[in-house]
Design a protein around this ligand. Structure first.
Ligand SMILES: CC(C)(COP(=O)(O)OP(=O)(O)OC[C@H]1O[C@@H](n2cnc3c(N)ncnc32)[C@H](O)[C@@H]1OP(=O)(O)O)[C@@H](O)C(=O)NCCC(=O)NCCS
Length: 140
């Protein structure tokens, strides 16, 4: 399988980004809001198979010493083929030298642990949808 990993937002179908986030059960919004979020990010990575968007991820960062990863997703039929790893490794190379933080969806911690990330003991957050995030297991 020929997977192309691309950096940057050129030619991205933001409707597809929203649809994929919805398909994998992650927070999703109007396409324009995803475009704003990705375009405002330090690093954006998209994976294509035969011109089909099959996964993506992004990092916000000061480009100096701090970074955070968001919106990591791979289309279900393409999961388990190393695409998520390729996206994350591209992001990590792009913010090399930075501390990198993220919060894993419950059950996905092992994916990030295999990439060398370790559990944080003091992570804190204010979520916009606090009740829903608590119910989904993100907060106490
Ligand atoms: C999590 C996700 C991005 C992983 O992408 P993927 O392409 O399926 O992962 P890969 O095939 O690259 O797997 C890389 C490694 O992580 C492991 N892995 C993948 N998902 C895992 C999980 N849920 N738990 C434990 N290990 C996992 C793989 O076995 C593989 O191990 P290896 O390299 O030692 O063989 C993808 O499953 C996904 O989009 N899930 C739904 C959305 C989601 O939950 N996103 C994360 C939000 S924080």
């Amino acid at each position: 399988m020929d997977v192309k990993i691309k950096r940057g937002c050129v030619g991205v179908d933001w409707g597809q980004v929203a649809a994929i986030l919805k398909e994998v059960g992650m927070a999703h919004h109007e396409p324009e809001l995803h475009e704003k979020a990705f375009r405002s990010s330090h690093t954006t990575v998209f994976a294509y198979v035969q011109d089909r968007l099959v996964g993506f991820g992004r990092a916000i960062s000061d480009g100096a010493y701090q970074a955070a990863v968001y919106d990591m997703a791979v289309v279900p039929e393409f999961q388990g083929k190393g695409i998520g790893r390729a996206i994350m490794e591209t992001i990590l190379r792009s913010v090399a030298g930075c501390n990198v933080i993220l919060y894993a969806a419950p059950g996905r911690e092992g994916f990030y642990q295999r990439l060398g990330l370790r559990r944080m003991k003091t992570g804190m957050a204010i979520f916009v949808n606090a009740e829903a995030m608590a119910q989904r297991g993100f907060t106490e």
